[in-house]
Design a binder for this molecule. Sequence first.
Ligand code: NDP
Ligand code: N5H
Length: 257
Amino acid sequence: MSIFPTLTDKTYVVMGIANKRSIAWAIAKTLDEAGAKLVLTYAAERFKSGLESLAGELKQEAILLECDVTNDEAIEMTFRSIHEEAGEIQGIAHSIAFADKEALRGEFSEMTRGQFAQALDISAYSLTAVVKAAKPYFASDASVITLTYLGGERVVPNYNLMGVAKAALDSSVKYLANEYGPHGVRVNAISAGPIRTLSAKGVGDFNSILSELEQKAPLRRNVSADEVASTGLFLLSGMGSGVTGEVIHVDSGYHIL
Ligand code: NDP
Ligand code: N5H
């Protein structure tokens, strides 16, 4: 008997694929492998063609929809369309964050009010906005995941305002899990170790964070986006049925140090 979950005919929404290195892309491929019907959302028209060619690599045909998470109307429209085109929603992978690059180095308190508000809006509030818009369309045992980072639990140099945004996101996961639990909907976060993606490009001292983890983490190696995606599959499928309000660290154990 295979323990690999079968998600045939179940609809999952994956938000936050920028390119083939994106954690969201690894999640999409894993869900596709399990037979899921996928809806992939992108931030703006200019990202559509790149996503279309990536989606062509999937086994099942995916639905592609634009959704800028700073726009409530756009989010509501996206979820209405998803319901019309694909029925009830079994799960959502929220893999979205943004902060002005200028605020991701130097002194934490040098950021502006505007930079802080934007980072919190896109990286934390958007999870609640998305869950709220999906509420009428959730399956009775739906599951939501988001991606977080250790810098929300403790100080990591240069993570700065993103640390505050991830702390808000982690807390949102708990409040959402408590509110949606009675409806059967689970909400969890995966705290990923550093992975070389477009977001990580050119920010802070990324290379030294990778090598520090390799030297000190219990597993003495970095993690891959595919490893994050397998934990995602566990949480998004029935295998994680008893888990909600949790943050699972997929970071070679670095967070215990
Ligand atoms: P990517 O750059 O691949 O993904 C970030 C995504 O955020 C992009 O697809 C981008 O969309 C999307 N995004 C930004 N602004 C908006 C918006 N207004 N509306 C909709 N989408 C938006 O990087 P990752 O895969 O690394 O990041 C995914 C998640 O993983 C983030 O939450 C990140 O904080 C988290 N994470 C990453 C780690 C890492 O080391 N890489 C470690 C721990 C957590 P677009 O390209 O269309 O603008
Ligand atoms: C401690 C670190 C390294 C320093 C901090 C990095 C923080 C990264 C997160 C944010 C989301 C990156 C970001 O917003 C970059 C943008 O300003 C510029 N990039 C873009 O606009 C590209 C084109 C698009 C696709 O990116 C986004 N986000 O839309 C943390 C690292 C060790 C781990 C890490 C990289 C964590 C994380 O949260 O991503």
